[in-house]
Write a protein that binds this ligand. Structure first.
Ligand code: ADP
Ligand code: MG
Length: 339
């Protein structure tokens, strides 16, 4: 008898979950992305015990009808693309159709949703990849996903996590990054019943920055703006005096998707050369707009890295825009320093 066996779908999901769902913050990221893709104007995130006990993400987006609610939790089920080509035009944060299924394979998930035009809502419960119940349920329009006991059936994953405070810190970073990239959306973040972050959804990035960073840092921000060859860079950078000991206060988004792109970070830091002492990093909130067809998001399942077709041109524009902003405030003059 041969030794090769096809993997059980449940095991396949758990393996996929390893790439998409590394920690509680990855769950929050996927759920918030879904809410944004659903057109939500208001997103409430409430977590307990660093997200390990529970994560709730509730939105006022388009919701789902009962049929879609069941499909949404299945593997490779997405409403966002049908062909690989669509990726370029999708303009959505998600497209792989695997996040909800992956999360549901390593946690207990309750999906409660109601389409705007439907009379009633629907509730689906999946635990460790097994559907437990599905049926009509009272619900406001929109969607609420509750994820409990993350990694209850994959203890090895749980061991890799940091303390609850550190896990919560990453969740706060995810919500902050999205709140800064989407100032027109109202975000709320709660931890163990206490409010941690709230934005007003004013649509004004400066207001969102104030709401996320507080008045002291906000008062030290310098506007950045640059455009060239169809690229646009805009946002704020911090005066040298509010530089930080880590890069945690640098939020860069490409076409409103929070990303990690090493060359963009490098350009930002490089623009501050000689202005900061060693191991100090500028505060920054930067949105980079590039033509959709020049961004490849399908690099890694977590979609945090993106590839830019003309990365050097974009990084160059970012560098110049930040230098100009600093020069405007007379911060590039010898001796202007970080005092
Ligand atoms: P993807 O986002 O890559 O399509 P997901 O597994 O994250 O895959 O979600 C599957 C599908 O479920 C989405 O394509 C969308 O149609 C639906 N969905 C998920 N979350 C929401 C939500 N908050 N509101 C409305 N629809 C949702
Ligand atoms: Mg998604």
């Amino acid at each position: 008898m041969g030794r090769i066996r096809r993997l059980d779908p449940q095991v396949i999901d758990q393996i996929a979950a390893g790439e998409v769902v590394e920690r509680p913050a990855s769950v929050v990221k996927e759920l918030v992305e879904n809410s944004l893709d659903a057109g939500a104007r208001r997103i409430r995130v409430a977590v307990e015990a660093g997200g390990l006990r529970s994560i709730v993400v509730a939105d006022d987006g388009c919701g789902m009808d009962p049929e879609d609610a069941v499909l949404a939790l299945e593997r490779h089920a997405t409403s966002k693309i049908t062909r690989l080509d669509d990726l370029v035009h999708a303009g959505t944060l998600g497209f792989r159709g695997e996040a909800l299924a992956a999360i549901a394979s390593v946690a207990r998930v309750e999906l409660l949703t109601r389409a705007a035009d439907a009379d009633a809502g629907c509730r689906v419960v999946v635990e460790g990849g097994t559907r437990r119940s599905v049926g009509p349920w009272a619900s406001p329009p929109g969607t609420r996903v509750t994820v409990r006991d993350l990694f209850f059936n994959t203890p090895a994953r749980r061991k890799h996590l940091k303390g609850l405070a550190a896990e919560f810190g990453r969740i706060a970073d995810v919500v902050t990054a999205h709140a800064l990239a989407r100032p027109e959306v109202r975000f709320e973040l709660w931890h163990d019943g206490r409010p941690v972050l709230q934005t007003s959804g004013s649509g004004d990035r400066a207001v969102a920055v104030l709401e996320c960073f507080g008045p002291d840092v906000a008062a030290a921000l310098i506007p950045v703006a640059g455009r060239r060859d169809g690229y646009r860079v805009e946002g704020y950078v911090g005066a040298p005096r509010v530089a930080r000991a880590s890069r945690a206060w640098q939020f860069i988004s490409v076409n409103r998707r929070p990303v990690q792109v090493a060359s963009l970070r490098f350009s930002l830091e490089n623009a501050y050369r000689h202005l900061l002492p060693a191991r100090r990093h500028p505060v920054a909130v930067i949105e980079v707009a590039v033509p959709g067809e020049e961004v490849d998001v399908n690099v890694h399942p977590a979609k945090l890295e993106v590839r830019l077709a003309r990365e050097r041109a974009v990084a160059g524009l970012l560098y110049e825009a930040v230098r100009e902003a600093l020069a405007d405030r007379d911060l590039l003059r010898p001796g202007a320093g970080w005092g």
